[in-house]
Design a protein around this ligand. Structure first.
Ligand SMILES: C[S@@+](CC[C@H](N)C(=O)[O-])C[C@H]1O[C@@H](n2cnc3c(N)ncnc32)[C@H](O)[C@@H]1O
Length: 437
């Protein structure tokens, strides 16, 4: 396919996403199924245009004076692929699949528009209703913080120290341009794509098949590191999902002690078995959702709640979620977070810890849930640890590179693409006293 056909396809997918309010991955998959002639390069290029258009839907819409699918598609080509309008017109000339070029006036508006004159929510590329919440959560630089969530993400990997060290993996992945991550000790990064192109499919690499590395955002790796599971401990990963954190914890514990991996959704948990086997993780016991886990109540040194959340910290990777999010959905996540924290508390032994993680940047889901938990569980011996100090101890070269917020006598931290270069993550650690009421 030529550029014109790819652009027309991207516009069709954007129209589908808009009309049916459906996840972009589903819309792209359907497009692929009904256009089997399109090769993998075409699909990747179409996907890139769609994702770019959705990441910057509001600022592109402002600059174009139109936020319809056609305008957004053209904006993604001009801005994301860095093809100037005149060059684009020449490339589409004579291409019968290409959509009509926007008017000269619209193109000029796009190129000359001053985003400085746009409302904050437009510059931040977020829906209006979230502006106040993100401002409250991220402080005075919230517009720049949110705008960084509208950039393309890198591909992050974690060396699995049960099978290989980072140097060895970096050597194997040198042809893919992997470099050592800034902060996470076992992290590696393949930079965000500039212009056209796509990240390599690292899962077909021999090293991946042999379990030398996992795909995991650096922020997720850091959250597991901060949770601080020590060798020999009893650990519960209560929202284990496909096991990203369990795998990192197992490596950090050098396969000693015991990790209990649980999730209430069997389908989400299913991939964990294959991942554990590939990674050589032998200290993880997976609990079926139907299992009664009362026998480990009050026995965990560390209970990790990697909570269900809006995922607002991952908007670089799932920009469509940003436009689909509603106040009702946020309220539902908050309810789930309270419920899962209440359940988690039952597993923490006296003297044990409870780590709470989200990949959201909305304070209601983060510090707000911890404050509410402390109120509901007053007298049970939970206090907020100094996560900011913990960050500085573990990552001296990353000091000052995350948000540290005081909360109930301790501190909690937030990682953001702008400060940490990771997806957005929140981390809090609660310490339970030896003597509980
Ligand atoms: C953020 S995801 C977990 C990601 C995973 N820990 C990882 O690192 O790959 C949150 C998970 O919480 C699970 N969940 C939601 N409510 C739960 C509950 N009450 N009990 C257990 N799991 C729950 C969801 O099914 C989902 O898999």
């Amino acid at each position: 396919m030529r550029l014109g056909g790819r652009l027309a396809a991207a516009i069709e997918v954007l129209q589908d996403v808009e009309a049916r309010r459906r996840p972009v991955a589903d819309a792209l998959k359907d497009w692929g199924l009904s256009h089997r002639f399109a090769g993998s390069g075409d699909r990747a290029a179409i996907g890139n245009l769609v994702y770019d258009a959705l990441r910057k839907k509001r600022s592109y819409g402002f600059r174009m004076g139109d936020d319809g699918a056609v305008a957004l598609g053209f904006a993604a080509v001009i801005d994301g692929l860095a093809i100037a309008p005149a060059e684009l017109a020449a490339a589409l000339e004579g291409d019968r699949f290409a959509p009509d070029m926007p008017s000269e006036e619209q193109l000029q508006r796009f190129t000359a528009a001053d985003l400085g004159e746009a409302p904050e929510a437009v510059r931040a590329d977020v829906p209006d209703w979230l502006a106040e919440k993100l401002n409250a959560s991220l402080g005075e630089d919230w517009v720049e913080e949110a705008a960084a969530l509208a950039e393309r993400p890198p591909l992050d990997l974690r060396a699995n120290t049960l099978k290989a060290d980072r140097e060895k993996v970096l050597k194997a992945l040198a042809p893919l341009g992997a470099t050592a991550a800034d902060l996470a000790p076992d992290g590696m990064r393949i930079a965000a794509i500039a212009g056209a192109g796509r990240h390599p499919n690292v899962q077909v690499e021999a090293g991946f098949q042999k379990g030398w590395f996992e795909v995991q955002d650096e922020g997720s790796q850091l959250a597991a590191l901060l949770a601080g599971a020590a060798s020999g401990e009893q650990v519960l990963d209560l929202c284990a999902g496909a096991g990203g954190k369990s795998l990192a914890l197992a490596a950090g514990m050098d396969n000693t002690g015991q990790i209990h991996a649980a999730d209430h959704d069997r389908q989400r948990l299913a991939p964990i078995y294959e991942r554990l086997a590939r990674a050589g993780s032998r200290n993880v016991q997976v609990h079926d959702p139907r299992e009664d886990m009362t026998d480990i109540f009050g026995r965990m040194d560390l209970t990790l709640v990697d909570a269900p959340c809006t995922g607002s910290g991952t908007w670089r990777r799932r920009p469509d979620a940003k436009w689909r999010l509603t106040e009702n959905a946020l309220a539902k996540r908050v309810e789930e977070q309270d419920a899962v924290l209440d359940r988690a508390a039952r597993f923490v032994r006296p003297g044990g810890r409870l780590a709470y993680v989200t990949c959201s940047l909305i304070a209601e889901e983060n510090a707000g849930r911890i404050a509410a938990f402390l109120e509901r569980h007053a007298g049970e011996g939970f206090t907020v640890a100094d996560a900011g100090a913990r960050w500085n101890d573990l990552l001296p070269h990353g000091a000052g590179r995350c948000h540290v917020t005081a909360l109930a006598g301790g501190t909690v931290i937030t990682m953001t693409p702008r400060l940490t270069g990771t997806d957005g993550f929140f981390f809090a650690l609660l310490q339970r006293s030896e003597r509980t009421g």
